[in-house]
Design a protein around this ligand. Sequence first.
Ligand SMILES: [Fe+2]
Length: 206
Amino acid sequence: MAIEQIKIGFDNFSYVIYCPVTKKAAIVDPGLDSAKILQFIASKKLTLEYIIITHYHSDHSSDSKKIKSLFPQAKIIASEADGKKLALKPDIVISDGNKLTFGKILVDFLITPGHTPGGICIIVNNEALLTGDTLFIGDCGRTDLPGGNLIQMYTSLHEKIMNLPDELIVYPGHDYGEKPFDSLGNQKYTNKTLKAKTLKEFSTIP
Ligand SMILES: [Fe+2]
């Protein structure tokens, strides 16, 4: 299993998840300029099978149309709530707990609302946790944008993310932290939004 973290635009991260044996691949969050993503896929001679959208915001999804036109066989994956807001209808609508396999890659989907109503996080081979705009290194996603909800974010972080294994490596949707990725265990220990013990405490974080 391999994950390539690709910085796009000012501070967004896109990802390519691929199986080095079968060369099957998925792109996660092709927002903004996808040229670097396409270059990477070509350089590794990967076969693009899926385009996974963690949430509908344009900086995470806007180039999915262009990529789909280049790779018509690739299937767009999103949650039901956020999929409705995409320019292209998803080919696969996922629910909490759904799984996907390609090559030697196993993806587990978690629905983690709070930043958007249908935001998702994905676990790859029980090693990596791609968090979109739900969890950043040192912070969490905004809840004050349309569709955001502070209570849902607290629940997603504290009833889902906090219950996942410390060994997972968190790969966020933006480069907002002091490092581009980190172990979930270290984030549980240092991230103010995960350290908050109550909703009240969470709601007062600046
Ligand atoms: Fe976002």
